[in-house]
Each structure stands twice: as C-alpha cells, then as structure tokens.
Design a protein around this ligand. Structure first.
Ligand code: C5P
Length: 240
C-alpha cells in the first residue's frame, strides 16, 4: 500500500493581502511567504517527505508561479518525487487536477493537505493514514471551543436562528486521507452534480462513505492572515 500526497498550493492569499495592506507579504501568495527563512510550502513538503510510507507528492501550483518555483524545489533535494500540476480556480479544482494525474491502486491512500498548514506533526499524519486504511476515509479535526451559532444574514445584520450543541461540532483540518477508489468516486460524483465543497471530506460524505475523525492539533493552523503568520512563528520557535 502506497501513500500519495496531494498539496493544493494554488491559492491567491487574498485574505493575507487584504489584512496586510501595502506590506510586502501582500505581493506573494501566502504559501510562498517565509517562516523562519523557509517558504511555508517547503516546511509543509518536508513534513510529508519525512513520512516513511509516502511515495510521492503532487503539488498544485498556479501556472504563473510554477515555473519560477521549480528551481527552489530542486534546490530543496526533497528525496521523493514532487510532481507539479496546474492549480484550478477553486481548491477543489486544484485537488481534482492532481487526482487526475495520480496513478494509484484502489487501496492506496491519498492524503490531501493544505500547503498553508506547515505545523502539522508526524503523529497526526500517521493517525490519519492508519484511520484511512482502516475505514477508507478519515480527517484530522479539533473539538469546537466556542459556542457555534447558525445565523441568517439580513439587511440589518446577522440574526441567530439556532445554537448548535458544541459537543456535536468539530473543526475540520487537514490532512484528510482516503482510499483512492473512495476519493475518485466522490470527485466524479461531485463533478457530475456540479457540487463544490470546501474540503475533500464533504465530497466523500455526500458520496455516502463514512468519514472518521482523528484528533488534530490547535497548532496545526491554516495560515490565512498576517496574525496567523505571527502565531506560526511563535509555535515554530517554541517547538525546536
Ligand atoms: O484559502 P483556502 O482556504 O482555500 O486555501 C486552502 C489551500 O487550498 C491552500 O493551500 C491554497 O493554496 C489551496 N488552494 C488551491 N487552489 C485554489 C485555492 C486554494 O490550491 N484555487
């Protein structure tokens, strides 16, 4: 059984740019912003290369960024094949492009991980792989600590329509891991139905396959805003 990793890294980082105003960080997509002198994407790649069972990595990049980034990747000497595919307009399209390029057996495991979650730890990756092998589909997630409200947006502002019991809520992270046949079927069905989700699990759920949850980490943050970058710098400094 092989483990193949897909890393969607074709986002524009508009929330990072919007929050940082004229700062230089706005010029680069967030996955190329440096953390401790190393691009966020390279931190992420190193985490997955280090996992023994991982055989290869598919990286979805914007065409305008791919050419410029190849020399940086080569310089990194990651030791496992990193195949670059063209990113899409949405995250789901970026993952679909990678999935179309993947050659795998039905029971191989495909892990999908956000380029901008460089602080994922090896234990979480391993737990997701093990649960995906066992159940066919598994994601990392953390319990909700805030009370979750369902709202309706009105002209006057947001109005609460329901309070969702917190014990029933987890916040999805990545990695998300699936048996290849399970993920292929879910993507084919989503495409046929014109469904777009914000993560892979939502496609697999609607495909009728149960998705199991393993414990993620509050350190496994998705770097979205300049404040997240500061938090990631802090975590990185205090983990070494
Ligand atoms: O901003 P968002 O939450 O969608 O980003 C999650 C991940 O998906 C990031 O690693 C980002 O680079 C990636 N992405 C992508 N293609 C897009 C949009 C986002 O690969 N069109």
């Amino acid at each position: 059984m092989n483990v193949i990793v897909i890393i969607p890294a074709a986002g524009l980082g508009t929330r990072m740019a919007a929050a940082s105003g004229a700062r230089v960080v706005a010029a680069a997509s967030k996955q190329f912003t440096e953390l401790d002198g190393v691009p966020i994407l390279v931190h992420t790649l190193r985490k997955f290369v280090a996992v023994l069972q991982v055989s290869e990595i598919y990286l979805a990049l914007r065409p305008s960024e791919a050419a410029g980034y190849q020399p940086r990747l080569a310089q990194e000497k990651l030791g496992k094949p990193v195949r670059v595919v063209e990113g899409g307009e949405h995250r789901q399209q970026s993952v679909a492009h990678a999935l179309a390029a993947v050659k795998a057996a039905p029971d191989d495991v495909i892990l999908v991980h956000d380029a901008v979650r460089p602080l994922v730890d090896p234990e979480i990756i391993q737990n997701v792989i093990d649960a995906a092998v066992r159940h066919g589909a598994a994601i990392a997630a953390v319990p909700a600590v805030d009370t979750i409200k369902q709202v309706e947006r009105t002209a006057e502002g947001a109005v609460i329509r329901a309070t969702i019991p917190r014990a029933q809520i987890v916040m999805a992270q990545t990695p998300q891991g699936f048996r290849y046949d399970v993920l292929k079927k879910a993507f084919a069905e989503a495409e046929a139905d014109g469904f777009t989700g914000t993560d892979e699990a939502s496609l697999v759920e609607r495909s009728g396959h149960e998705v199991f949850v393993v414990m993620g980490s509050t350190r496994n943050i998705k770097i979205t805003t300049p404040a997240d970058l500061e938090l990631a710098e802090f975590f990185l400094k205090h983990s070494s």
